[in-house]
Design a protein around this ligand. Structure first.
Ligand code: AHR
Length: 507
């Protein structure tokens, strides 16, 4: 059994972990919005004005900080004025990206804002740059956020909402290098400046504009954007043109054409997936390094607004709907990502897993009136104490915890820690498929009181939850830990995720 030591200085506080690293994403794609969040007022499924209440209740338990909408690729063919006013009179469109199905626009701006209110989450709206206009996005900002008398504020009131909403986060396009317009970086950067100019701060609603950024390790794209951040026309309120730059990275277990099954995979596939998941560390480092050159004061945030696993769709489901099951493997991809996110907390301002319900690495799967929480959901729940906490660096010494995977070497232990309100939270992942690992938490600069630990694992990597067997992968109390002088010793089972919470105490 590999042994490892994790040294944590409890009195050396690192950067704050923004709660927005635990953000979410809901696109008009497959059954994410329709059937996932939205069932309509006439549905026998309990709902509030059309929004599924079981989904809201499950997500509230995660303290989800923000929700990105309406896309994704869909955002760049969405025209927001089609989604306001009486539902039956809303124009229809074809969702050409996702399944070529008709979109009735019943879930639009007001429905989204009500959903965010029910969830207690901040809205993050992705605007249409690919097929929209500057005026269209500018008016959407005005419609949502302007108080007083103005054309768009009047239109909002005519549609039943008196007060403006607060909407800070605005995406200026999505994947402009691909589905969002197939642009060159230079052209996209110019458009980001132009759109950012006309997305106005109305009253005290100060916008956080997020320029559509790179895919994977395209650092050149980030550099091109960062060269354009200085806003010379903003002397009155000095700021950068955009406050965030996005990047997208998906974890695959193989090549794009052969992503493989979400549940039918072997141990080698599993390890390959984990190598792919851990690549996010290098990618975030690469983009942050480029950003440091142009923005050493770290005013501009890196926004990973799409991440997660991408498998073949479940057999028998629509290929354009991206519906996949979610196993213990997905949960460990998520727990590893969070450790890496915490490490990058100084630059990483937001991260949004794709996608919340019924699409890709979802929190929740619905089937008619049934609702299932996925293994990934449980990682978000077990880790929620890191939101807005102060990060603590974990110095991990684990020479024996490695696996050779093709040309790569996979570190099989991952950890992070934070402190908030006098409570320390440790997250520990053992990626090894067969072996347990003994890890000593060597705590310095303070002590801890009685720890409470939880474990997420299952007998098989492929274990997952279904309406018939909803708790195959669910957290349970963990007691394979003992207090030693100056810390804790834990034995992590193979393929497991453990959290430990404890009050800070003086030694
Ligand atoms: O999340 C699914 C799709 O992946 C999004 O629409 C797009 O932005 C990305 O390519």
């Amino acid at each position: 059994m590999p042994t490892a030591t994790a040294v944590v200085n409890l009195d050396l506080e690192g950067p704050r972990i923004s709660r927005h690293l635990y953000g979410h994403f809901a696109e008009h794609l497959g059954r994410c919005v329709y059937g996932g969040f939205w069932v309509g007022e006439d549905s026998p499924i309990p709902n509030a004005g059309g929004i599924r209440l079981d989904v809201v209740e499950a997500l509230r338990a995660l303290d989800i900080p923000n929700l990105r909408w309406p896309g994704g690729c869909f955002a760049d063919e969405y025209h927001w004025k089609d989604g306001i006013g009486p539902r039956e009179q809303r124009p229809r469109m074809v969702n050409t990206h996702w399944g070529d199905v008709e979109e009735n626009n019943h879930f639009g701006t007001h429905e989204f804002m009500v959903l965010c209110e029910l969830l207690g989450a901040e809205p993050y709206i992705s605007g249409n740059v690919g097929s929209g206009t500057v005026r269209e996005m500018s008016e959407w900002v005005e419609y949502l956020t302007r108080d007083g008398d103005s054309p768009m504020a009047r239109l909002r009131r005519a549609n039943g909402r008196e007060e403006p909403w607060r909407v800070r986060f605005w995406g200026i396009g999505n994947e402009t290098w691909g589905c969002g317009g197939n642009m060159r970086a230079e052209y996209s950067a110019d458009l980001a400046r132009q759109y950012a100019t006309y997305c106005r701060d109305h009253g005290d609603n100060t916008l956080y504009r997020i320029a559509s950024g790179a895919r994977d390790d395209d650092y050149k794209w980030t550099e091109t954007l960062m060269q354009q951040i200085s806003c010379f026309g903003c002397e009155a309120t000095p700021r950068t043109f955009f406050q965030g730059v996005s990047v997208h990275y998906y974890t695959l277990g193989g090549p794009w054409e052969a992503k493989g099954s979400a549940t039918g995979f072997g141990t080698e596939d599993y390890y390959r997936t984990m190598v792919s998941a851990r690549r996010i560390d290098r990618i975030l480092t690469g983009h942050s390094t480029v950003m440091d050159v142009y923005d050493p004061g770290r005013k501009v945030g890196l926004v990973l607004d799409e991440w997660g696993t991408w498998w073949d769709v479940e057999p028998g489901t629509h290929p354009g709907f991206l519906f996949q099951q979610n196993t213990l493997r997905d949960a460990l991809v998520a727990s590893t990502h969070f450790d890496i996110f915490h490490k990058h907390a100084a630059r990483l301002a937001m991260a949004n897993i794709a996608q919340t319900v019924n699409v890709l690495q979802a929190m929740l799967l619905t089937d008619g009136d049934a609702l299932v929480t996925t293994p990934t959901y449980h990682v978000f729940e077990m880790n929620k104490g890191h939101q807005d906490a102060t990060s603590l660096t974990v110095h991990l010494r684990a020479p024996g915890a490695r696996r050779r995977v093709g040309d790569a070497e996979l570190e099989t232990l991952s950890a992070s820690a934070s402190v908030k309100d006098g409570t320390v939270l440790f997250s520990l992942t053992n990626l090894d498929a067969e072996e347990s690992a003994e890890i000593t938490l060597d705590l310095r600069g303070g002590g801890i009181g009685e720890p409470v630990a939880r474990l997420l694992t299952a007998d098989r990597l492929q274990a997952h939850n279904t309406p018939q067997a909803p708790c195959q992968v669910a957290p349970r109390p963990f007691d394979a830990l003992k207090a030693v002088d100056g810390g804790l010793v834990l034995t992590l089972p193979p393929h497991s995720f453990v959290t430990v919470r404890a009050p800070l105490a003086s030694r």
